[in-house]
Every structure is written in C-alpha cells, then in structure tokens.
Design a protein around this ligand. Structure first.
Ligand code: IPD
Ligand code: CA
Ligand code: CA
Length: 264
C-alpha cells in the first residue's frame, strides 16, 4: 500500500537526518544569512539532501516542496511532500536543544502522513489520516483542559521580527500571557504542534508560517483529537500560513483573542 511505503520512507528519512543533525550539534561548518537574522547552515542543506534522496528513491515521480530549495514540481502523481530538514535552525545554531525534522505527505490536496522527529529527546511523532497520532509507537491525545486560564500555550515569531515595526503578534502574545499559565516561544513550530498533540501544550498559534513548518504537525494535532484552523476559525490556509492549533476545548476562547490582531 502506498501509505505504508510513504510512512516507512518518511520514518527512515526523519530518523537518518535527525541523527545526522544531532551528531553535528556544536559542529557547524558554515553559517549563511538568508536575510538580517534568518540563518541557514551547512547542516540544514545536508539534512535536506539526505531526506530527499531517501524519499525520491522510493517516490521518484512525486512533487517535493523543501525549505532549502531541493524540491521540484513533478506533477506526474497527485502526491506532494513537504520537507523542513531542520525546524529550529536558530536554536540549533546556538546549541539550544529544541529542533526537529518535519516531513509531510499530501495526496490529492489532503495531508495523509506526517512525521516529526526530535533527535535530542529521541521522540518520533507521526500520524496517518484516519489512523490516530503516535509518539514512539504509543497513541497520543490532546489534553482535556477546558479553560484558557488553566492552559499552557506557545507561539513563534519569524526570525526577522526585530526588523521594522513591532510584529503584530505582540498584541495576542501579551494578552494571552496574562490570560493563561503562560506563552512559550520555543523556536520550532513543528515541535510546538506536536506538543499540542501530546497534551504538553493546550494551544499554539503563529502567523505566516511556511507550508513545510506546518504540514506534518497539523495532521498530527488533528489525528490526536485537536483542532487546527486559521486564526479566525476558518479552514487552515497553507499559503497564508496563519495557524491556530488547540486541544479543541479552548479553541473558541483563543479565536476571541486572535480577533484583536491586525492581520493586514
Ligand atoms: C522557524 C521555526 C520557528 C518559527 C519561525 C520558523 P526554521 O523555522 O519554526 O519556531 O517561529 O517562524 O521560520 O527557520 O527554524 O526552519
Ligand atoms: Ca521551519
Ligand atoms: Ca528549516
């Protein structure tokens, strides 16, 4: 079955690349800047090469969208892979141990398989549409906390937040900090989503993420019983990249806060 082949290719790629990244922690050979504060390292690029080689050897005719540019639009099948070879590059560059590999596979416009691997904690999160979500083979579920005031949340900011006018996410960041147990900014959107899925966080939101940041994690949240939407409670729109993911129970309260955002 294609899904089983896809799952096993995604597992191999995530595990191999994740172990490679972990072994290179503290041993970066080249750092480049995509813009003022947006870092890319030789490890991001090598990880992407490794992942794409594994996936393409199994699925040569599929389309690939990969952060560091190694993907291509094949259009020979209705499958597309989303690859973030190192989500949390800023953390990795500073040896802050919170980063992962994220791989998602979409078929006919629907996410079917999501795999996120944190090589430091050796945690492999995955989901297959309709089959639930798992962490190292154990089923996971979102938390049962029903009030925002008892919730732990996370958000993120793009690397160039400090350039230009203050980022408009500062408004909900401040208000939700005051309305909840707190808002973490941990620097890996894919892991933040997995933490919602396994009940370590009640909610996560961010603006303008890229498809490779959220493809795998959003399926993992949904399959764990959570809710994923855009910030106004509409369907998730990958090209816009505004995302709100919760344990479902606090979704409406969070949407209320998101309405205070200036989304222009
Ligand atoms: C970043 C991380 C971070 C998020 C940024 C992303 P990268 O991805 O997911 O948590 O806040 O918006 O760009 O660049 O480390 O792959
Ligand atoms: Ca990313
Ligand atoms: Ca990345």
């Amino acid at each position: 079955m294609t899904v089983n082949r896809a799952k096993s290719a995604a597992f191999s790629a995530a595990l191999e690349a994740g172990k490679f990244i972990r072994d290179r922690l503290g041993n970066i050979k080249q750092i480049d800047y995509k813009s003022a504060f947006n870092i890319v390292t030789d490890v991001d690029r090598a990880s992407e090469k490794m992942i794409l080689e594994i996936l393409k050897s199994e699925f040569p005719d599929d389309s690939y969208l990969a952060e560091e540019g190694g993907g291509h639009e094949a259009k020979k099948t209705n499958r597309r892979w989303y690859v973030d070879p190192l989500d949390g590059t800023t953390n990795f560059t500073h040896s802050y141990p919170f980063f992962c590999v994220s791989i998602g596979m979409e078929e006919a416009g629907q996410m079917i398989v999501g795999v996120v691997y944190n090589p430091i904690a050796d945690e492999l999160f995955y989901a297959e549409r309709g089959q639930g979500a798992f962490l190292n083979d154990e089923p996971i579920h979102v938390s049962s906390i029903g009030e925002l005031s008892h919730s732990l949340l996370a958000t993120g900011f793009p690397p160039d937040t400090g350039v230009g006018k203050p980022h408009n996410n500062m408004v909900p960041f401040t208000s939700l900090t005051n309305l909840s147990h707190g808002v973490r900014r941990d620097g890996s959107a894919a892991l933040d989503l997995c933490f919602v899925a396994c009940g370590r966080l009640e909610g996560f939101w961010e603006l303008k993420l890229a498809p490779w940041d959220i493809a795998a994690g959003s399926l993992i949240v949904e399959e764990a019983g959570g809710k994923v939407s855009d910030l106004c409670n509409g369907p998730l729109d990958m090209p816009t990249g505004h995302i709100l993911a919760t344990n479902r129970l606090i979704h409406d309260e969070m949407v209320g806060e998101m309405k205070k955002l200036d989304l222009k």
